[in-house]
Design a protein around this ligand. Structure first.
Ligand code: SAH
Length: 346
């Protein structure tokens, strides 16, 4: 069975043609799914019953539902737990900014990258999400909040570049004019830094924002918290980001979660500034969400240290911001809700 939600309109046209279904039906169904956010064939008013029956023999529309929703009393951030096929549980976060709604979605259930401070890494990867499901994460949130989602960040659980093909398909699908028509510039893909895949992404010539989780000024410190650093040295990673920025003209964001006593000293800030000084980039400092790792506890740096770190980077000419925290009262961070749910239901 083929999930209609995951198909480009051209693919749908081709498959329909082979089955003697008129071409315009593809545009109609694509519109039902991606403009009207239909959940099933039943929602598609102008599609004849007979055609629906014919389609149902070979095609389906993948299902997803919201199984839990938490709303932050501080800032109205919503955290969702979704259930997709095969009891796959993932989380998404909906944040309201001055400029509209931003949806943070998960590209994998769990994750194999093993970052020590990240709750999504704890049970390893369960499975990749498909392009159709990635769309549905956004659509489920839009249907729930009743307003258009203006930005999508691929920063939920999972490593997007470890699910490359489906993630690229998702970006092209949600960007499609005949569908949801979300500008590529309003999409951010966050990676832990799989260097060769960054070059592959560059070849796709997309206008999305690339965000790279650096979290350290050098390989020694990076290897302590991010196993991916053992395979992809920082020099090559930063070079790839420089190439990406040049090729696409898009400024790269480096994410840097400040962890007390690990990566937050003034020396670290100075070293990071040196490394990044010739790159079209922006650094986003994130106070780490306290996480108890397997054998270590990671705690956030003091506000004083965060401010100092920021000032040093700025003094080196690096554009730096400190991330505003949303939804900290509802476990909105990084895999914490899913982990809790799975533990409770184990
Ligand atoms: N795999 C991708 C995207 C998912 S994680 C990546 O690594 O970028 C999204 C962001 O949350 C990453 O920057 C990640 O390092 C960060 N993150 C994970 N756990 C965190 C924590 N406990 N506190 C703050 N940020 C965290």
């Amino acid at each position: 069975m083929i999930d209609l939600r995951g198909l480009y309109i051209e693919e749908m046209e081709e498959l329909f043609k082979e089955r003697g279904i008129p071409r315009f039906r593809a545009a109609q169904i694509f519109g039902w799914l991606n403009k009207n956010l239909a959940e099933s064939f039943d929602d598609m008013k102008n599609i004849p019953k007979k055609l629906k029956e014919q389609l149902s023999a070979e095609f389906y529309i993948s299902e997803g539902k919201i199984i839990r929703k938490l709303v932050s009393s501080a800032d109205n951030t919503c955290k969702y737990l979704f259930e997709f096929e095969n009891n796959t549980i993932i989380e998404g976060v909906l944040m309201k900014y001055g400029y509209g709604y931003a949806a943070c979605i998960s590209t994998q259930a769990g994750c194999n990258m093993g970052c020590k401070f990240c709750a999504s890494a704890i049970g390893g990867k369960d499975r990749n999400m498909t392009a159709g499901e990635l769309l549905n994460e956004v659509y489920l949130m839009e249907r729930d909040c009743g307003e258009r989602i203006g930005h999508v960040v691929l920063m939920g659980s999972g490593e997007p570049l470890d699910n490359f093909d489906e993630v690229i398909r998702f970006i092209r699908l949600i960007n499609s004019e005949k569908g949801y028509n979300l500008s590529q510039r309003r999409i951010t893909l966050s990676t832990c830094g799989i260097t060769d895949k960054i070059y592959e992404l560059m070849e796709e010539k997309l206008q999305i924002t690339l965000a790279v989780s650096l979290h350290a000024p050098n390989d020694d410190i990076r290897k302590r918290t991010m196993p991916v650093a053992k395979k992809y040295p920082m020099k090559e990673l930063v070079d790839a980001c420089g190439a990406y920025a040049e090729e696409t003209g898009r400024r790269v964001t480096f994410e840097y979660a400040l962890i007390k006593g690990i990566n937050d000293s003034p020396q670290c800030a100075g070293e990071l500034g040196e490394r990044l000084k010739n790159i079209l980039c922006h650094v986003n400092l994130i106070p780490v969400n306290d996480v108890k790792g397997k054998d270590e506890v990671f705690t956030r740096s003091s506000d004083r240290d965060i401010k100092d770190f920021c000032a040093i980077l700025r003094s080196k000419g690096i554009e730096t911001t400190i991330r505003r925290e949303l939804g900290s009262d509802i476990n909105a961070a990084c895999g914490q809700l899913r982990k809790g749910y799975i533990e409770d239901n184990a």
